[in-house]
Write a protein that binds this ligand. Structure first.
Ligand code: NAG
Ligand code: NAG
Ligand code: NAG
Ligand code: NAG
Ligand code: NAG
Length: 592
């Protein structure tokens, strides 16, 4: 007897004939996300953008949002966002408190008083109580200036199957959201495990006594029902601080705490010490956005909240140039995005692509090698990339003179900006103008070659007279400076542009090279501490140099590599406290 068509289908299904067959995936665990926001207007758009992009079904997430004591738009931003996105979540608890704006004994909106700590512990406890009552599997605490740029973070943390686990967050400084030790008095202690973990020299999930800011807490499992933020454990005698209280609670309940650093999960904003107001916090946060543009994944604001419009300008300069190769569009885009974030109006200068020049074109441009020039480290002569680089800078100097531009900033396309770059540069230029300092060139980023202490410039904080330096990564140039550089007619006696500049201010150690140029009266200075660094160094995983890795200028067959050239190696003086990371440049992180 022939089977009816529907039975046939059923049979096929039972036999595995359909790809849809099989037991349905069990639903993902439910998670309450605790959002405790206060004066977070500068970071909330990016924070909420990251929440939206988490790769996790919103129907399995509940939001517990509280905000209080604000002097900024925090409440409005959260309201606006919840109105647009709230309905997609399984549940939303919204706990705004309009007044008061400050705690009784508080002087600034970011100060941490005892009342603030206590209130925060009570809020966290409320969020935890809600999550337990709602029957959630997990609760994720995530501070509103922690941006989880990695959309897999929540799935990853759940997948680890640990009771208390934090995704290690990167920051502008050596801070992160964990500590490897506690002192007998209950304070944070940095142990020898800290930097290898922070710098990802060891990778994995590691047991630590303390995590904070962003962490996932399992609500099922042994001991976790005893965890609490408030009131503190009866035996508690340590400082009254929500981080330490919770660490103690974990310890007392015998619940392990872990930090995981296998991936870049996101970023945490570390407040400046010399806090002057929320404006400083915003500048600091912009720096974090720039860091994420370099190291990735980048931050993106939510499309559902109001963003103050950006109004880029040239910071008082006549032009801000970005020398960029057309065949490196990611670098160009990153530089333009970075400048946009700082509200700097940059202009792309199409770099001369040395790699596309052959030796006959180079000669037809009137380029000839400085007699006897050899790279001091590799012993090789000029590369085509170095020729292209020189010609690119040269074309800016020409444009300055043609258009009569009084002062410009020149960036190459691989700049990592220091915190407060814009504000610090503007302040520097104000002081230079006030002192009526005659200047031709100011290095904003460079590699100092000599170890000598350079004389400070009187009346201008953070400026020194430049000795022999490498790199042309970022500098300010005046019209008189451009005139001097052109008058030296360097194309017919070319050497790398970062060797040419020190010759022109008479600090190059090679007397033979200097003999070809006269006068050497460029007035060159350098900011101290530096405001710009290269994004990557020779030997770094992502390192790529278009000047040092190309062919010899007059030989189209012989390739040159960077090995042997030490110019772009990291300067060990810049690496503090055992870091291998760039973030330690921030000698002046405390002062924007
Ligand atoms: C998660 O982020 C990655 C990298 O940014 C992206 O390619 C991917 O599409 C994102 N996944 C989801 C589900 O949004
Ligand atoms: C607060 O938001 C409103 C619009 O929602 C905006 O006009 C105003 O400039 C914002 N204020 C601040 C301090 O961001
Ligand atoms: C708290 O203190 C009491 C009395 O000293 C002690 O018996 C108890 O074991 C302590 N509990 C914890 C978790 O340390
Ligand atoms: C060099 O490049 C120019 C312009 O691209 C081209 O016209 C010329 O034929 C090239 N010469 C050699 C020797 O390849
Ligand atoms: C620059 O450094 C060199 C070499 O270390 C030193 O001899 C020279 O005096 C320095 N120049 C100035 C102007 O300080």
């Amino acid at each position: 007897m022939p089977l009816p068509p529907s039975s046939l289908l059923l049979l096929l299904l039972l036999l595995g004939g359909s790809p849809a067959r099989g037991t349905p995936e069990p639903p993902l665990p439910t998670v309450v996300i605790a959002v405790l926001a206060r004066n977070a207007g500068y970071s909330l758009p990016h924070y909420l953008g990251a929440l939206e992009r988490l790769d996790y079904p919103r129907a399995r997430l509940a939001l517990w949002c509280a905000t209080d004591h604000n002097v900024d738009n925090t409440t409005e931003i959260l309201q606006e966002w919840l109105a647009a996105m709230g309905k997609e979540y399984a549940e939303v608890v919204w706990r705004p408190e309009g007044e008061p704006r400050l705690y009784p004994d508080e002087e600034s909106p970011k100060q941490w008083t005892k009342e603030r700590h206590q209130f925060l512990m009570e809020l966290k406890q409320e969020a935890l109580d809600f999550a337990r009552a709602w029957g959630a599997d997990y609760i994720l605490f995530a501070d509103t200036d922690n941006i989880l740029t990695n959309n897999q973070t929540l799935k990853f943390l759940i997948g680890e199957g640990l009771p208390v686990v934090a995704p290690m967050l990167d920051s502008q400084t050596y801070y992160s959201n964990f500590w490897c030790g506690i002192t007998p008095q209950g304070y944070y202690r940095r142990t020898s495990d800290y930097f290898p973990t922070k710098n990802r020299q060891r990778q994995g999930c590691f047991r630590v006594p303390m995590v904070h800011s962003t962490f996932l807490l399992a609500l099922q499992g042994e001991g976790v029902d005893q965890l609490a933020f408030y009131p503190p454990h009866p035996n508690y005698t340590w400082p009254f601080d929500d981080i330490i209280v919770f660490a103690y609670s974990c310890q007392a309940a015998g619940v392990s705490v872990h930090i995981c650093n296998q991936h870049r999960f996101g970023y945490m904003n570390v407040p400046v010490k010399s806090y002057q107001g929320l404006e400083d916090e915003k500048i600091n946060f912009i720096h974090l956005i720039l860091e994420a543009l370099v190291d990735g994944p980048p931050m993106q604001p939510s499309a559902h909240v109001f963003l103050p419009p950006k109004r880029p300008n040239k910071m008082g300069f006549d032009e801000v140039f970005v020398i960029s190769l057309a065949r490196r569009p990611e670098r160009r885009q990153r530089m333009l995005s970075s400048l946009w974030e700082m509200e700097v109006a940059g202009r792309v200068l199409e770099a001369v692509d040395g790699g596309a020049l052959n030796s006959s074109t180079i000669k037809s441009l009137g380029v000839d090698l400085l007699p006897g020039y050899y790279d001091p480290y590799s012993g090789r002569t000029l590369t085509k990339g170095e020729v292209g680089c020189f010609l690119s800078h040269y074309s800016i100097w020409e444009e300055m003179v043609t258009r009569g531009l009084e002062r410009v900033v020149v960036f190459e396309d691989d700049v990592r900006f220091e915190a407060g770059f814009r504000k610090r540069l503007e302040r520097l230029m104000e002081e230079v103008a006030q002192e009526q300092l005659p200047w031709d060139l100011i290095y904003l980023g460079r590699k100092q070659v000599t170890w000598d202490e350079e004389p400070a410039v009187e009346g201008v904080r953070h400026l020194v007279v430049a000795n022999y330096s490498y790199w042309t990564l970022a500098y300010a140039l005046s019209l008189s400076g451009a005139g001097k550089l052109l008058a030296a007619q360097p194309l017919g006696k070319m050497l790398p542009v970062d060797e040419f500049l020190p010759i022109m201010y008479d600090q190059h150690p090679n007397e033979d090279y200097k003999g070809h140029f006269s006068p050497r009266d460029l007035r060159a200075f350098a900011v101290r501490p530096l405001l710009a660094f290269p994004t990557h160094y020779a030997g770094d995983a992502q390192w790529l140099s278009d000047t040092e890795t190309s062919t010899i200028w007059d030989d189209d067959t012989q390739a040159t590599g960077w090995s042997g050239s030490r110019k772009t190696l990291r300067d060990p003086r810049l690496d503090r406290v055992g870091s291998s990371g760039h973030s330690f440049h921030s000698t002046s992180h405390d002062e924007l």
